[in-house]
Design a protein around this ligand. Structure first.
Ligand SMILES: O=P(O)(O)O[C@H]1[C@H](OP(=O)(O)O)[C@@H](OP(=O)(O)O)[C@H](O)[C@@H](O)[C@H]1OP(=O)(O)O
Length: 431
């Protein structure tokens, strides 16, 4: 059982679950959590050296598991109707699909589900175990842990769940814990005119994804699904193939069910659909267009100015005002920031015609960006020298881009692509 009394069973998980990209569970990225949702691997998260002590932590966290957006619910409903009305065949999984009831409604529209509440409650407990001097009852009650969130329901409720996880862990009852709603930072992509005009609202910016949706690889997936359902090839578009994939992914993420929808895919099909979503994320949130990462400069400056402030407080011999900052956003918040910092960059961009050679790509959202994905930046004071460590989903991450620009020896982070110089970034900060 988890702290909350939920009986955690080891579910029968579809083999293709590791290809669910941004619709994937956190447990698929860290499978040891399936047996113990509160397990942490402290050996992975050790301080740079013995004389170092952690002085500040910023965690930028994607919301927990959620319902499909209305856009996708409509497509899932269309596909379900197609199968019920047109599919023939007597396989047991097909009979189960025919008996399956469409329970998703438009009003769900991406809202947080109960599993998403647990994602954040349990993540809060694990981070407090990993960083007990920063995420502690005293720091929380002294107001030294700050919370910030996107205004979206899934993010506000994830923030409340994270806070509830700490309150329950420390038997803190009936205490309101504050949080700040700040879309300028957590939804910066809505506020960057150049991104909105040149990418978000410009279909040609997604040309590579559109071309892949008409590729031989995608066509083969569509034909195989049609063959399994015994329906005409013309009925299974790339959108319908994606909707089927979503039905399988959401039944696992929300209900921990290996649903009959998953029988429509083999591993080869899942790899193609995974690549299609990675193309979406690469060109809309990643390295595809410079403005994608540059739009996150406002968040980069917010994070590093806080590290700056903590460093100066330590240097002046005073206590650090903010021990920890918990910022809850979207995949669309984290992916541009990870790109800005140079993480998961491949030597060759992802395009519609190099699926075959991108099989070992670094930019793979199934491993980077599940529900509750989290980038944690920890600042250490090592006898007067400052060290910064990064973790993604509770695993260490080496700074590629920034350290490289400092001759690989660390130092104040160069501004990876942001215009406004950072005021005196923590001199001597080693990455
Ligand atoms: O395909 P959907 O509608 O689910 O896309 C969502 C985004 O979900 P994701 O692509 O990341 O799985 C959603 O990101 P999230 O982190 O909030 O889940 C985003 O907020 C929403 O606007 C949709 O993105 P899109 O780019 O507008 O399709």
């Amino acid at each position: 059982c988890s702290l909350w009394g939920d009986v955690l069973t080891t579910p029968d998980i579809p083999a293709i679950a590791k290809y669910f990209t941004t619709k994937g569970r956190y447990e698929e990225v860290n499978p040891y959590l399936i047996d113990d949702i509160l397990a942490v691997n402290k050996s992975l998260v050790k301080s740079p050296s013995a004389e170092c002590r952690e002085i500040h932590l910023t965690a930028i966290i994607r919301h927990g598991s959620r319902y499909p957006t209305t856009k996708n619910i409509k497509k899932m409903r269309e596909f379900h109707n197609l199968v019920v009305q047109k599919a023939s065949g007597e396989e047991s999984w097909l009979r189960e699909i025919r008996q399956w009831k469409m329970w998703y409604t438009d009003e769900m529209d991406g809202r947080l589900v109960q599993k998403g509440v647990l994602d954040h409650r349990n993540l809060a407990v694990r981070l407090s175990k990993l960083f007990p001097s920063l995420i502690s009852k005293e720091k929380l009650q002294d107001g030294h842990i700050k919370f910030m969130t996107s205004s979206k329901h899934r993010c506000v409720n994830s923030t409340l769940s994270f806070q509830r996880g700490l309150a329950k862990l420390w038997d803190i009852e009936d205490e309101e814990i504050d949080y700040e709603v700040n879309d300028a930072l957590m939804r910066f992509f809505d506020h960057c005119t150049r991104f909105v005009e040149t990418v978000d609202k410009n279909q040609s910016a997604m040309a590579e994804l559109d071309k892949f949706k008409s590729s031989a690889e995608m066509r083969r997936v569509q034909e195989k699904i049609a063959d399994r359902l015994l329906v005409p090839y013309s009925h299974i578009t790339s959108d319908m193939a994606e909707a089927a994939f979503h039905l399988c992914a959401y039944e696992l993420a929300i209900k921990t069910i290996n649903s009959p929808w998953c029988q429509l895919f083999d591993e080869a099909d899942a790899l193609v659909l995974e690549y299609a979503n990675d193309l979406k994320q690469f060109w809309k949130r990643g390295y595809g267009h410079d403005i994608n990462s540059k739009s996150s400069c406002i968040l980069f400056h917010d994070v590093f100015s806080r590290l700056d402030r903590a460093a100066n407080e330590i240097r002046s011999g005073s206590n650090v005002t903010e021990a920890a900052t918990i910022q809850v956003g979207h995949a669309d918040t984290l992916l541009p920031l990870l790109t800005l910092l140079g993480f998961f960059k491949d030597s060759v961009p992802l395009t519609s015609n190099n699926y075959v050679t991108q099989g070992q790509r670094a930019f793979r959202t199934s491993r980077m960006m599940p529900y509750a994905a989290n980038l944690v930046l920890v600042l250490y004071d090592c006898s007067g020298n400052l060290r910064l460590q990064a973790l993604l989903n509770e695993r260490p991450l080496a700074f590629p881009g920034l350290a490289a620009t400092q001759g690989g020896r660390g130092g104040s982070p160069a501004l990876p692509g942001c215009q406004r110089p950072l005021r005196g970034t923590a001199p001597g900060l080693r990455l």
